[in-house]
Design a binder for this molecule. Structure first.
Ligand SMILES: C/C=C/C(=O)SCCNC(=O)CCNC(=O)[C@H](O)C(C)(C)COP(=O)(O)OP(=O)(O)OC[C@H]1O[C@@H](n2cnc3c(N)ncnc32)[C@H](O)[C@@H]1OP(=O)(O)O
Ligand SMILES: NC(=O)C1=CN([C@@H]2O[C@H](COP(=O)(O)OP(=O)(O)OC[C@H]3O[C@@H](n4cnc5c(N)ncnc54)[C@H](OP(=O)(O)O)[C@@H]3O)[C@@H](O)[C@H]2O)C=CC1
Length: 447
């Protein structure tokens, strides 16, 4: 039995759940990996010069054993997230440390501690097998997977599963990720595939859409409400393209920051009106490596006031980190919120704390999303209220180039990867719903 036979079953309209359950599984499959013996390959290089094309490999790997509560999924398509960029440049840490630590927790978890790491935290595909104790999903189900892996043996995670002490990001802190022909997930990562989307479109939103939902909309994040002024950094990027849609769909007022006229136009096409081109307007929040320039924070705040009719920011959607954080804290209104999930430009932030405490502002740390939040975010995609922001699609062989594009900020929105799917456009089940939303679905394509 080969991956080709699985693909034939997926492409046949007559295949039943029983057919999928009866399909023998292949002994091995193709997967995108980084190698443990290469973690020092970029030693001494600047972050920018570390090239994912050199560290990312396409390998034939053995099929992992299926455990209780788990599912093996045939992956039709996946997408590139920035966490795969971090893994491929071995920053801020090598992810093999995460796999070793996970491997020490149980006999079953030992499977994850391997000399190669199969990366990727998104997928759209078809369930092949489920392990003992899985009743909600069956072979043949068309699914997407979110990337929250939890054990839930401790009480800590039972209010909000992101607080589980054994919380991990699948395909980053666990092995057997989505940039592969077959992936291993916990069954409580599975969600129904939106039926009006192709495989690659369905695989694109997952990680960033769920993260933006918790960070901006959920009560666990900023709890955005109608009329809020929301400052969105990287508003046409992975996270930002969903944050912008949530702000618009939720009756808020996004103030979109981007770095080119082309990206400004993408934000306009989503319906945003207040846009700041940080490049054209030349903001320089740092005078040198160690000194910020409060005059530049003020110039930025003045520009925001011009765009809002004199109002300040209720919520900052932060992720660039060190480069922008001082400005983000400054431009937030009295009582406002800075919600952060990342530090792309550096994690040692500096800001003037007087502006935080004297104006009663709050900084909220946010990380991915719990199952319910991911489910709600996916439901909005399925209902055609939020749309994928897929721009370009690569083959599995070219994943290194795809990750390079994201690392160098050469991409728009999300970058997709075809895994088992032989071409783009397959997997659409509801053509009528698709036709209703086709312009929005294609907004980011090939720009
Ligand atoms: C969904 C997508 C998401 C993204 O894209 S996010 C972006 C990508 N992700 C990242 O960049 C994050 C990568 N991860 C990390 O950088 C690290 O993962 C962390 C900094 C988050 C954590 O560092 P670590 O070294 O893994 O863990 P420690 O908690 O610092 O543990 C080290 C030792 O410190 C002890 N410790 C922890 N808290 C305390 C405390 N409050 N008081 C005293 N000790 C403490 C521990 O126990 C342990 O000790 P012992 O080494 O002996 O086992
Ligand atoms: N904790 C979590 O759960 C998650 C964390 N992340 C993290 O968030 C970060 C962003 O991810 P994602 O949105 O997918 O990445 P993208 O690269 O797709 O988008 C980020 C955007 O941020 C803008 N940007 C980058 N650097 C700077 C800077 N120095 N100053 C201002 N703007 C900047 C760029 O937009 P422009 O050039 O147009 O301004 C870029 O397009 C990554 O570090 C990622 O690891 C992502 C998802 C989940």
């Amino acid at each position: 039995m080969t991956v080709k036979d699985i693909l034939a079953a997926i492409q046949s309209p007559d295949s039943t759940s029983e057919d999928f359950a009866a399909l023998p599984l292949p002994e091995s499959y193709r997967a995108i990996t980084v190698h443990k013996d290469e973690t020092e390959m970029f030693a001494g290089l600047a972050t920018r010069d570390k090239d994912p094309r050199k560290s990312i490999h396409l390998d034939e790997v053995p099929l992992p054993e299926l455990g209780p509560g788990e599912a093996l999924v045939a992956v039709m398509a996946s997408s590139v997230n920035y966490n795969s960029v971090w893994t491929s440049i071995f920053e801020p840490l090598s992810t093999f440390g995460f796999l070793e630590r996970y491997g020490r927790t149980s006999e079953l978890a030992k499977r994850h501690d391997l000399p190669y790491h199969i990366i990727g935290s998104d997928l759209a595909g078809v369930v092949l097998r489920t392990g003992p104790g899985v009743n909600a999903w069956r072979p043949g189900d068309e699914v997407v997977a979110h990337c929250l892996s939890v054990e839930l043996e401790s009480s800590d995670g039972h209010n909000d599963t992101m607080l589980d002490p054994e919380q991990r990001i699948w395909g980053f802190e666990t092995n057997f990720g989505g940039l592969a022909e077959i992936a291993l997930v916990k069954s409580n990562q599975l969600m129904p595939k939106p039926d009006h989307l192709s495989w690659e479109e369905a695989a694109a939103p997952g990680l960033v859409n769920s993260t933006a939902y918790r960070q901006l909309v959920s009560r666990n994040g900023a709890g955005m409400k109608q009329g809020d002024n929301v400052l969105i950094w990287g508003a046409s990027g992975g996270l930002g393209s969903y944050a912008t849609q949530f702000a618009l769909a939720g009756g808020a007022n996004p103030i979109c920051v981007v770095s080119s006229e082309q990206k400004a136009n993408i934000c306009r096409s989503m319906g945003a009106e207040a846009i700041i081109d940080r490049n054209a307007e030349g903001y320089k929040f740092w005078k040198d490596e160690n000194t910020q320039d409060p005059k530049e924070w003020k110039r930025f705040g003045k520009r925001i006031r011009e765009l809002t009719g004199g109002e300040d920011i209720d919520i900052v959607f932060e992720h660039p980190g060190r480069e922008t954080f001082g400005a983000s804290v400054f431009v937030t209104r009295k009582g406002g919120t800075i919600t952060t999930c990342a530090s792309t430009s550096g994690y040692m932030h500096e800001y003037d704390n007087r502006y935080l405490w004297m104006s009663l502002k709050r900084i909220i740390g946010s990380h991915f999303a719990n199952y319910r939040e991911a489910w709600e975010a996916n439901r909005l995609i399925a209902k055609g209220k939020i749309h994928p922001t897929l721009s370009k699609v690569y083959s599995l062989e070219d994943t290194g180039q795809a990750a390079f594009d994201v690392h160098r900020n050469l991409h728009q929105g999300k970058v997709g990867v075809l895994c088992m799917a032989p071409e783009e456009g397959l997997g659409v089940r509801d053509q009528a719903k698709r036709a209703q939303h086709i312009d929005a679905i294609n907004r980011f394509r090939n720009i």
